[in-house]
Design a protein around this ligand. Structure first.
Ligand SMILES: [Zn+2]
Length: 322
């Protein structure tokens, strides 16, 4: 058995076939795309095992098509990260079962079910928040806190989050908090429409255009794109708007200062440190590989807890014993 992290995660099965997960240029016998975030997307036109929603999101977010396929060795499980995201349960012909989580969240939130971990032999788990200080508040209390802030703030607010994932949750929170108008850009609207067609949800946002003037009671949801920070700052100044940032990194106060936000909330689409530990306990694997973010820290904590855990570093090979 071999698990490697080269261009994405490569798993070599006992019959020599390669399964490649979330690569930029996938060339496996089986390719898997876990979800439609830019850092997990093939650059070239490719056929991959993915959810129908991920394939549809891919078609509105970029020009290169993502062709959805299936494979008898791969079962997709809702990963709870963003709409359409899937973890992959891979069965080797020798019976060994692998679980590749991709980005994952076990907390049920809005229209997403939390990930329910199956028991497998080999686990490859993401480690974005693999450091003990990253523990998030309970989702319902955090959502209530954000809604209260949205209700009590009369100034226009600019809510910043990724176009796929955070932006949809921010629109729902603003809608639930009875803001006068919820506005968003074309790029977010395109993502909204695909999710609305697949899930029982209506984001209810109006288009934000260059001539739209922000007034008190408005909530403008903008995709977090670093190239537009000056434009967003200027817009906030002109409208007297309050800029809010939403991310798991908001647990650390430096997030607020680095992003120059007026207010931040630790709203995340990932497992926190404790949820990662619980996920591994539920899977109860013989071998764990950690990847992304704090892979080394998470592997150390899992090793101390008695697991056979290894952090995957890009272009280093890890050999397992089966
Ligand atoms: Zn993601």
């Amino acid at each position: 058995m071999t698990v490697r992290y080269r261009d994405g995660i490569e798993i070599e099965l006992s019959d020599g076939k390669q399964v490649v997960c979330d690569a930029d240029n996938p060339d496996g016998d089986v390719n898997i795309v876990s979800h439609a975030h830019g850092d997990h997307w093939p650059e070239s036109e490719v056929s991959a095992v993915c959810s129908p929603l991920t394939a549809d999101l891919a078609s509105v977010r970029r020009e290169t098509p993502l062709h959805r396929t299936t494979d008898e060795r791969v079962t997709l499980l809702p990963a709870g990260h963003v709409a359409g995201s899937r973890a992959a349960l891979i069965t080797d012909p020798d019976g060994t079962q692998y679980l590749y989580t991709g980005d994952v969240c076990t907390r049920p939130r809005f229209y997403l079910d939390g990930f329910e971990p199956p028991s497998v032999d080999v686990l490859i788990v993401e480690a974005t928040y693999g450091e003990p200080e990253y523990v998030f508040p309970d989702h319902e209390s955090l959502a209530a806190e954000i809604r209260t802030w949205l209700t009590e703030t009369s100034d226009p607010v600019i809510l910043l989050g990724y176009a796929l994932g955070r932006a949809q949750k921010l629109q729902l929170l603003a809608q639930e908090a009875d803001r006068d108008r919820v506005l968003t850009t074309d790029s977010v609207q395109r993502v909204n429409e695909v999710i609305e067609a697949h899930c029982d949800v209506d984001f209810g946002a109006e288009p934000y255009e260059s001539e739209t003037e922000l007034t008190a009671g408005d909530a403008l949801v903008l995709p977090m794109t670093s190239g537009r920070i000056n434009w967003i700052d200027q817009l906030a100044d002109e409208a007297g708007a309050i800029k809010a940032g939403f991310s798991g990194w908001a647990v650390d106060s430096s997030f607020k200062f680095r992003g120059d936000y007026d207010v931040t909330f630790p709203l995340s689409d990932h497992c926190d440190f404790e949820e990662l530990q619980s996920l591994v306990e539920a899977v109860d694997p013989d071998q764990v590989y950690t990847q992304h973010g704090s892979a080394a820290s998470l592997a150390t904590h899992l090793t101390n807890a008695g697991y056979d855990a290894t952090a995957l570093r890009q272009n280093q090979t890890s050999l397992g014993d089966f």
